[in-house]
Design a protein around this ligand. Structure first.
Ligand SMILES: Cc1cc2nc3c(=O)[nH]c(=O)nc-3n(C[C@H](O)[C@H](O)[C@H](O)COP(=O)(O)O)c2cc1C
Length: 235
């Protein structure tokens, strides 16, 4: 399918048909999601394919039993994490070393700048220290561009969540490319979903994605977008 047809074809489906979706279709889409652009290639995402019947029922309830969850053949939960950067950073460096192309600037980036950006603590003391440091950096910022964050834990969450959302888009597009549909959902109880997946406080549920084939009445209305002029700014 032409890329632009694909973009037009993807719609949020609120009612799925009873048709099952082959396992390999979901796997292929999940693999496509992992190819998304992501900050510093740290791949801070996890995708949980909730197959267990009890977990699935609990997940539907945690999504307020909304139709897109209730009727979905499969449910995928996209999770972003602020605690996998060290493991993934080490894997990236190992891969560079294995290929023999680890240059000093890359090593410095991953060993110095990344820890400074990603390090955090629960009560925010490190954030306060980084904020003080950033005050001095912002003085330099009067004269030249300087890095101004991330500072607090929520800033790190913003980075990993942004990246994970891009992977979600890949996932949904990969389903359309294979003739299937989806609905991204943020209408869920964050705490309950985390309990179902047994996740810690360093993880964030980005979206629950309902997957299947659209019912003939599964798309609730014509697509509406506000005027381009309001959102595309050429300066
Ligand atoms: C992050 C995110 C959260 C969403 N949450 C819900 C949701 O909880 N329930 C729902 O029915 N649709 C949800 N949607 C779907 C949007 O309502 C939908 O994308 C929007 O209305 C545009 O329609 P389209 O996707 O068909 O182009 C969500 C979409 C995104 C990207």
């Amino acid at each position: 399918m032409d890329f632009f047809d694909l973009v037009n074809k993807r719609r949020s489906v609120r009612k799925f048909s009873n048709e099952t979706i082959p396992e390999e279709v979901v796997i292929k889409a999940l693999k496509a999601s992992l190819l998304a652009a992501n900050s510093s290639n740290l791949q801070p995402w996890e995708f949980y394919w909730v197959k267990n019947k009890n977990n699935k029922n609990d997940l539907i309830k945690a999504c307020f039993s909304q139709n897109a969850a209730k009727t979905a053949q499969e449910l995928i939960v996209a999770v972003s994490r602020i605690d996998t950067w060290k493991r993934n950073r080490n894997l990236i460096l190992e891969n560079y070393k294995k290929k023999g192309n680890l240059i000093p600037v890359v090593e410095k980036y991953y060993n110095k700048l990344i820890p400074l950006s990603y390090v955090h603590d629960r009560i925010g003391l490190l954030g306060i220290m980084k904020k003080i440091l950033s005050f001095f950096i912002s003085i330099v910022g009067f004269f030249r561009p300087v890095p101004r964050g991330p500072i607090f834990r929520h800033d790190v969450f913003e980075i990993v969540t942004k990246t994970t959302a891009l992977a979600c888009q890949n996932f949904m597009m990969a389903l359309v490319a294979q003739g299937y549909d989806s609905c991204p959902m943020e209408g869920f109880d964050q705490k309950r979903v985390k309990n179902i997946l047994k996740l810690n406080s360093k993880s964030h549920i980005v979206m629950v994605i309902g997957v299947g084939k659209a019912d003939p009445n599964g798309i609730y209305g014509e697509r509406f977008r506000i005027d381009n002029d309001l959102v595309i700014k050429i300066i």
